[in-house]
Design a protein around this ligand. Structure first.
Ligand SMILES: C[S@@+](CC[C@H](N)C(=O)[O-])C[C@H]1O[C@@H](n2cnc3c(N)ncnc32)[C@H](O)[C@@H]1O
Ligand code: SF4
Length: 313
């Protein structure tokens, strides 16, 4: 079955920066065998303001994720960017962070402006392994930051939602169940993500066959910090850019010939014609997940190709 093209993207990865304050071991952007070669920078105000304004004028709900190949809290204007997103009724906004810069002041500001969700990357429960895998992160500091955030939001109707993401590196795979148990009653969602090993970072361990068309070019837009669009969130190094903002309008790029050609390849099963797609398993994340409900423990478990998601029922 072919995916349906959304007239407007439903999800936008909005890379406010590709700088990072950590060097996580297997990060495809900043780790030991990183594949990202494009220049580093913070998205300039001339780009972020105009892009959010255009998105805010669309007549459909859009989920904007203000992260990409870096740490969003490093952007000096991150609070302005999120606040501007919140000024448009059709934009739902949140971001993934490594938590090192989530101070009490930043937490208060995020909660007060009413961002919709925040996700934190925490790899397990052991500080020694954590530092080795997410160098030079400090598990105690990010746990304190998270605890503080949870305390402050308790006073504000438990908004924004909090999600945690643990990567199941081979060295800490046994910590997965303990991590879920530790956090599941405190946050809305706990995710255990399969570990991808660069440089073949686009493979998942249990990808089913036969291959199908990928939904990403039909639903997702990715805007890099320099205004270039990426073909999808797997185009880490911007090898296939469909256009550049603000030289072109976002919607013109979405409806333009480059992305339509990619979609035609997928519709006709010729994904191997695109080198990025040939070596990527992320199409399988669009398949229906396996959902199990454990009513005794009150937990819903959603199994996707890339990750398993745990939520309180
Ligand atoms: C590129 S980061 C960007 C946001 C932010 N800097 C952070 O770490 O949360 C996106 C996510 O990829 C995860 N990640 C890093 N290396 C990974 C790997 N080898 N396999 C799977 N996920 C990985 C990170 O833990 C993080 O949750
Ligand atoms: S904090 Fe995020 S972007 Fe930075 S090195 Fe780690 S996974 Fe990569």
């Amino acid at each position: 079955m072919n995916p349906q093209l959304s007239p407007y993207p439903t999800t936008i990865f909005f890379e406010v920066t590709n700088h990072c304050n950590l060097r996580c071991l297997r990060c495809a952007m900043h780790g030991k065998d990183a594949v990202m070669r494009r220049p580093l920078g913070h998205m300039p105000k001339s780009v972020w303001k105009a892009a959010i304004r255009e998105i805010g004028e669309w007549p459909t709900p859009v989920s904007v994720l203000t992260h990409g190949a870096g740490e969003p809290l490093l952007h000096p204007e991150i609070l302005d960017i999120l606040g501007f997103c919140k000024s448009f009724a059709n934009i739902q906004v949140g971001f993934l962070t490594n938590g090192m810069l989530l101070t009490a002041d930043i937490s208060k500001a995020l909660i007060d402006m009413g961002i919709d969700w925040i996700a934190m990357s925490i790899d397990g429960i052991d500080p020694v392994w954590h530092k080795k895998l997410r160098y030079p992160s400090d598990l105690r500091r990010i746990t304190d930051n998270l605890e503080n955030f949870l305390r402050i939001r308790q006073l504000r109707k438990n908004i924004p939602k909090v999600l945690l993401n643990m990567v199941m590196h081979p060295e800490i795979i046994d910590q997965g169940p303990k991590f879920v148990k530790l956090w599941i009653d405190r946050v809305e969602t706990v995710m255990l993500a399969h570990c991808r090993i660069p440089p073949s970072s686009k493979r998942w361990p249990d990808t089913p066959s036969p291959r199908q068309a990928c939904i990403l070019p039909y639903q997702q837009m990715v805007i890099a910090q320099d205004g270039r669009l990426l073909m999808c969130c797997e185009d880490f190094d911007c090898q296939h850019s469909p256009g550049r903002f603000p030289e072109q309008k976002l919607l013109d790029i979405w409806q333009g010939s480059f992305l339509n050609k990619i979609r035609r390849y997928h519709q006709s099963g010729k994904w191997d014609a695109i080198p990025l797609c040939r070596d990527c398993d992320s199409w399988a994340d669009g398949l229906d997940p396996v959902i199990e409900e454990d009513k005794v423990q009150g937990i819903k478990k959603t199994v996707r190709v890339s990750q398993t998601i745990y939520e309180k029922i």
